[in-house]
Design a protein around this ligand. Structure first.
Ligand code: ZN
Length: 206
């Protein structure tokens, strides 16, 4: 693969890699000793991925890519934080990635926990679990007000809200999108099928 250098090529590589994974025909590219040694001095990932930390969302596996291909930032429920924005800005400004993929998935435990908390059904002991839930709560309330009650509808809204917050808070990401050097795609990953479905595109990817 020639390293994608623009949003269109990067998105195409993501789509093709996911298709190989879905079809059970992964190529497992760029995972050998030679490649490992070649990239030891410098990384040139072609995309950044900001996704849920769920153990089934293994980035390199579901997009059938290799070492040095993706700059991956994950936390439970893909919740924006200053360290997340800093990591993504680093990927864009220093590593020059042309694509940020924001990836949620069906039956997300973090979204479920937030829904449960809204109904008074969550009893987590950890202080910071509550902090995480508080950050997802506005989306759950927004969804309810709009008449959405299913977890996957709320997850889709959360992905859109996440992208909106990322762009609103990072003027760097904003300006790179405006100049056409960067695109942001929000997508949902279906756990059983292994398929990635785009929900929102900011910038041009095809
Ligand atoms: Zn999740």
């Amino acid at each position: 693969m020639i390293r994608p250098t623009n949003p269109v090529q990067a998105w195409q590589a993501i789509v093709e890699g996911n298709r190989r994974f879905v079809n059970g025909e992964p190529a497992h590219p760029r995972q050998d000793i030679d490649h490992r040694e070649d990239i030891a001095e410098r990384q040139t990932p072609f995309a950044a991925l900001f996704g849920c930390a769920d153990s089934r969302l293994s980035a390199e596996i579901i997009f059938d890519v290799g070492l040095g291909d993706l700059f991956v930032v994950r936390n439970a429920g893909q919740v924006i934080a200053e360290t997340i924005l800093g990591s993504l800005e680093y990927a864009v400004e220093v590593l020059k990635v042309p694509l940020i993929l924001v990836l949620g998935h069906d039956e997300c435990g973090a979204i479920r926990a937030t829904m449960d908390a809204q109904e008074g059904k969550m009893n987590a002991e950890g202080t910071y679990i509550h902090n995480l839930v508080e950050r997802i709560t506005p989306t759950v309330l927004e969804a309810k007000a709009a008449g959405f009650h299913e977890i996957d509808e709320i997850t889709a809204l959360h992905i859109k809200d996440t992208i909106q917050e990322m762009i609103a808070r990072s003027s760097l990401i904003q300006s790179r999108i405006q100049s056409g050097k960067l695109a942001v795609v929000g997508a949902n990953y279906a756990l059983s099928l292994g398929e990635v479905h785009p929900l929102q595109v900011v910038g041009i990817v095809e």
